[in-house]
Each structure stands twice: as structure tokens, then as C-alpha cells.
Design a protein around this ligand. Structure first.
Ligand SMILES: Nc1ncnc2c1ncn2[C@@H]1O[C@H](COP(=O)(O)OP(=O)(O)O)[C@@H](O)[C@H]1O
Ligand SMILES: [Mg+2]
Length: 279
């Protein structure tokens, strides 16, 4: 449903997205995983028509984005990285504002607003000003707003940043539920666990390039099933193994203290990019 072809975005001497080719299928929960500065937001901005590519094309449902922006816009819902709600307006007023921008018919819009506010559990707080909301409530409202005009794809740019673990998990459930009901979801994150738990397919993004693309399970297998960390002279060295026996064999030949565990997505990311997510 989304076809990205040779997509590049340059800002003066920075190439934020570098010749990206990617296809996302209808109904997929796709995760773009990468550290700060990888180019995730730039890609989301291009996918949501906010930023023009330097070169390359994006096609949604066989429509070239630059040829019919209005049509494409109606197909996508965007939850941007930064909270961009109207703080002095209530939850319901924020949604109405969006509905009007999309030219929604009034009665239908109101019905959908009520439904969505109930869905995200904010119906009881609908008349309160957004400035009094918690971080999690604001994110949920942004998701409801993105869904109001019934898009086919939901773009979420680091939607759980800065939220505590329990709120983050509630948002995971919300996003999972939407995808289960048929929504195509594209999520960017630098939380490995988030990608591992939610996504059918994950792309590792680094320096504007996709360095790997597969299901979380297949990506983890790339680094081997087991990892041995050796702590030696203040340095941690990481070694990858196909099975625990090989790791144990190696461990007996090493003098320093070691830790053997099952590998995870972060190990694969580090192996492929030599970077940790926080960097
Ligand atoms: N408007 C802009 N002008 C100049 N450089 C930018 C702009 N937006 C992003 N960049 C640069 O592009 C690169 C990718 O940024 P961004 O897409 O925000 O990455 P991410 O969302 O993965 O953290 C970074 O080096 C960033 O500094
Ligand atoms: Mg970003």
C-alpha cells in the first residue's frame, strides 16, 4: 500500500534520508527503529506530506504523493513526535478543530469524536482543557485526533517518549488494538522493546539508511541466539553464538568474568551498526 522509491532528503550538507527503498503492506505494523538523528522524523514528515523529498517518490495506494496531496492526506493520520495540541482548548475542541480542517460533516464528526473519546478512555474528561492533561492523556488524544478522519495508515513518531513504563504499556495496547482492527501502522521508536513487542516487521535505520529489514525474530537470529559479554579491564566485549554450548566452551577459555544470555534485537542492532540506541 505504501511504496517508497529512492527517497532522499538533504538539509544543506546533511543527508537525513539516504536513497531509501521500502514497501509497507496493508495491515502491517511496521517499526522503524533507530537512534536519535537517524532520520526517522524526516521520513515521517515526508510520508505525511509535511516535508518535500529532495529526490525519489512515495506512492500510497497507487497515488503519487506529490500529484494528489489532498487525497493522500485523507488516507493518513499522523501523531507527530512533539505534542502539538491546542493547550487552551478542551479535548473535544481539539478534535473538532481537526475535523473542520478535514471538512468533516458536523453530525458525523461529532458521532466519531464521541466514539473515539470513549475508545481512548477520555470521554469523562472531554470538556477539560488539554493543558491539565498528563503526558499519556495528551498522546492518546493525539492518536484519537489522527484517527478522526478515518485514515488508512497511522504514522506514529516516537509516541511513547518520556512516558513512564505503565503508561507506555497502555499505549502499546491501544496501538495493538488499532492494528488488530485493520489499521496499517508505521511507528518510529528508539525503544527496542517497543519494536520487538509491537511490530510484524522492523527496519533498522541508521544515518538515513536501512541497515536491516525483517521480522523481529529473524533479526534476532542474525546475531546468533546467544550472547556472551566479557567484562575485561573496564571494557565490555560482546560475542555472538548459535547455541549455549558454544558460548560456554568459549567462556571456559576466558579469564575475565562473563555473562551469557539469549540475544535480543538490541544485540543485532549493535552488531550491524556498532551503535547503541542511546547514542
Ligand atoms: N529542518 C532541519 N534542518 C536541518 N537539519 C535537519 C532538519 N531536520 C532534521 N535535520 C537533521 O537531519 C538528521 C535526521 O534528523 P531526524 O529526522 O530528526 O532524526 P530522528 O527523528 O531519527 O532523530 C539529523 O542530523 C538532524 O540534525
Ligand atoms: Mg525524531
Amino acid at each position: 500500500m505504501i511504496v517508497i522509491d529512492n527517497l532522499t532528503k538533504k538539509y544543506k550538507n546533511i543527508t537525513a534520508v539516504d536513497n531509501l527503498n521500502l514497501e509497507i503492506k496493508k495491515g502491517e505494523f511496521f517499526g522503524l527503529l533507530g537512534p536519535n538523528g537517524a532520520g526517522k522524523t524526516t521520513l515521517i514528515k515526508m510520508l505525511s506530506t509535511l516535508t518535500k523529498p529532495t529526490s525519489g517518490t512515495i506512492m500510497i495506494d497507487d497515488i503519487y504523493m506529490d500529484r494528489n496531496k489532498t487525497k493522500v492526506k485523507s488516507k493518513i493520520g499522523v501523531v507527530s513526535q512533539h505534542i502539538n495540541l491546542e493547550w487552551e482548548l478542551s479535548a473535544i475542541q481539539n478534535l473538532q478543530l481537526h475535523g473542520k480542517l478535514f471538512g468533516m460533516q458536523k453530525d458525523y464528526m461529532q458521532k466519531r469524536i464521541d466514539e473515539l473519546l470513549k475508545y481512548i478512555d477520555l470521554y469523562d474528561r472531554k470538556d477539560e482543557k488539554v493543558k491539565n492533561f498528563s503526558g499519556g492523556m495528551k498522546r492518546k488524544l493525539m492518536i484519537a485526533r489522527a484517527l478522526l478522519h478515518e485514515p488508512e495508515v497511522l504514522l506514529l513518531d516516537e509516541p511513547t517518549v518520556g512516558l513512564d513504563a505503565s503508561v507506555r504499556r497502555k499505549l502499546w495496547d491501544l496501538m495493538k488494538g488499532l492494528n488488530k482492527d485493520g489499521m496499517t501502522v508505521i511507528l518510529t521508536t528508539h525503544y527496542i522493546e517497543e519494536a520487538e513487542v509491537l511490530c510484524n516487521r522492523v527496519g533498522f535505520f541508521n544515518n538515513g539508511k536501512l541497515v536491516a529489514l525483517d521480522t523481529p525474530k529473524k533479526l534476532i537470529e542474525k546475531s546468533g541466539q546467544f550472547v556472551m559479554e566479557c567484562f575485561d579491564e573496564g571494557q565490555t566485549k560482546t560475542l555472538f553464538f548459535e547455541n549455549r554450548e558454544d558460548a560456554l566452551k568459549k567462556a571456559t577459555s576466558i579469564n575475565s568474568s562473563v555473562n551469557i544470555r539469549q540475544s535480543n534485537l538490541e544485540d543485532t542492532f549493535i552488531m550491524l551498526t556498532n551503535r547503541r540506541m542511546g547514542e
